[in-house]
Design a protein around this ligand. Structure first.
Ligand SMILES: [Zn+2]
Ligand SMILES: [Zn+2]
Length: 281
């Protein structure tokens, strides 16, 4: 356990009950003292359902949440998270939940980040005009343990009904909208308290962040000694010239600047000549 964080107060700059999974991890694995946020409206920084567009990149958005939380709660650190959803970048026809978490130090503005990217998500949406289709869609997305949002159309921000989490309410909202519009746009509610699958991913990202904080700098023991640079140049197995493949991972300390290289991270000392720009152009 890293002493740097022991007994330090950390304000959890999240809404939607993410503190339920985050606070126990910070308490048990870092001996921190988690505090709830006050007067925090992170929705002002953008919402999933699009009423408020998200303008900041995820790291800027998390820093902003941490700073806002520290305006109201006297703490040594702040914790924030930022999730995004969309098509999976590597798995065709699959959705992706990209979850980032940050621990931010009030006195210095230093931060540590971890990320969990997964195809384990119910993220989905459809234009629906019959109850039968909606029943199938709802079951496939893990309803009612996972909530749904119904609205007039994907681009519309009026007549938005969020946090639907029981069958009778779903039917009532759906039939009400169908009286007014030819179809209803139904999507999964990605807010953490309506989405236990996402809650697990937030817990996993937080676990990774804590693992990272336990990695100490070999020079000064500062927490969070981690990979900051990928160094290309793994030599070609035939001609020995450097290829674009990874030769080493450089870890560095954000306090004293010490670095250490982890050579041949993929357990390979040379690259297949088929990837060589010199002997196999
Ligand atoms: Zn070569
Ligand atoms: Zn150091």
């Amino acid at each position: 356990m890293h002493l740097y964080f022991q007994h330090k107060r950390v304000v959890i700059a999240t809404q939607h009950r993410k503190e339920d999974v985050v606070a126990p991890l910070l308490r048990n694995r870092l001996s921190m003292v988690p505090l709830p946020a006050q007067n925090l409206n992170t929705d002002a920084l953008g919402t999933f359902s699009g009423e408020i567009p998200r303008l900041l990149d995820p790291i800027m958005a998390m820093r902003r949440k941490c700073q806002l939380a520290l305006d109201w709660v006297d703490a040594d650190f702040a914790f924030a998270s930022e999730g995004s959803f969309g098509p999976h970048p590597h798995i065709p026809f699959s959705a992706c939940n990209d979850e980032m978490v940050m621990l931010y130090e009030a006195a210095t503005g230093r931060h540590w980040i971890a990320r969990e990217m997964t195809a384990q998500t119910n993220f989905n949406a459809a234009e629906i005009n019959t109850w039968k289709t909606l029943e199938d869609f709802a079951r496939n997305t893990g309803f009612p343990e996972h909530g749904l949002v119904c609205r007039r159309s994907s681009s519309s921000i009026d007549d938005v009904h969020k946090g639907i989490a029981d069958w009778s309410r779903l039917r009532e909202v759906f039939e009400g909208l169908l009286l007014k519009y030819p179809s209803v746009f139904v999507e999964t509610d990605m807010r953490a308290m309506f989405n236990p699958t996402r809650m697990q991913i937030i817990a996993a990202a937080t676990g990774k962040l804590i693992d990272l904080l336990h990695q100490e700098c070999p020079q000064c023991q500062f927490p969070g000694f981690t990979v900051t640079q990928v160094i290309a140049g793994l030599p070609c197995g035939a001609c020995g010239m450097p290829t674009r493949s990874t030769k080493a991972l450089r870890m560095s300390c954000q306090s004293c600047g010490a670095t250490a290289d982890k050579n041949n991270p993929h357990d390979r000392t040379e690259e297949d000549p088929m990837y060589c720009d010199f002997c196999n152009p």
